[in-house]
Design a binder for this molecule. Sequence first.
Ligand SMILES: C[S@@+](CC[C@H](N)C(=O)[O-])C[C@H]1O[C@@H](n2cnc3c(N)ncnc32)[C@H](O)[C@@H]1O
Length: 239
Amino acid sequence: MSTTTQIKTQNKEVYVNNMFTDIANKYDLLNNLMTFGLHKIWKKNVIKLAISENNTLNNVIDLCCGTGDLALITSKLLPNAKIVCVDNCQTMLDIANNKFKNLNNITTLKSNIDEINWNPLSIDLITIGFGLRNLSNRENCITMAYRILKQNGVFACIDLGHPSNKLWKSIYYIFFFKIVPLLGEIFAKNKEAYSYLSSSLLSWYTQEELSTLLLKHGFKKAYYKNIMGGAIAIHIAIK
Ligand SMILES: C[S@@+](CC[C@H](N)C(=O)[O-])C[C@H]1O[C@@H](n2cnc3c(N)ncnc32)[C@H](O)[C@@H]1O
């Protein structure tokens, strides 16, 4: 059965959860290989941009935290912040918890993003790294983020983007649709998972679409910063 057919016939949430459970132990290795180790620099830029918008970021939630790299970077740049990391995949959280074991400002919560019920106006910064694209209901997540952020709170998202330069886009597509599944097959023994990750790009917002959507959900300011010619994009939105 092809990947697309499987996603159509299974519940996407269950499919995505099983996929991340299966690749969790190789997730960091593949991330480093696919980005040549650059993802940590990009993630640092996400937090620096958030801080440039609001320098009192004390209560932080990292949605779809996975193996915890974005939260680790946040705790270095915001040492006084309390960070709660949320993910619905226990295997990913186990790896994150191992990284956090000597830190007392990060806690983890196993939960589906759709079930988060924090108090309104209670959070200063919400981060989400390569997670929004994987959610069945992305707009629910944006609505929830807007509701729980304080006034002037920051929503900071890093994810794949759509390059505007045609030549660069073709090279990027070859990388994503041919090389990434191959890396997944060789190093994670799971070509299908990495084919899914690539195909998820086709139904993902353009940078402009996501900025517009954030404004539509009430954020007073939203903008993006392209990385690697738009292959990756950081979105920042202010409540
Ligand atoms: C591509 S990983 C990103 C991990 C990490 N943020 C990073 O930047 O490397 C996506 C994560 O989202 C989590 N996830 C996907 N759907 C979710 C949902 N509905 N609720 C909670 N977590 C979810 C997955 O378990 C996975 O750990």
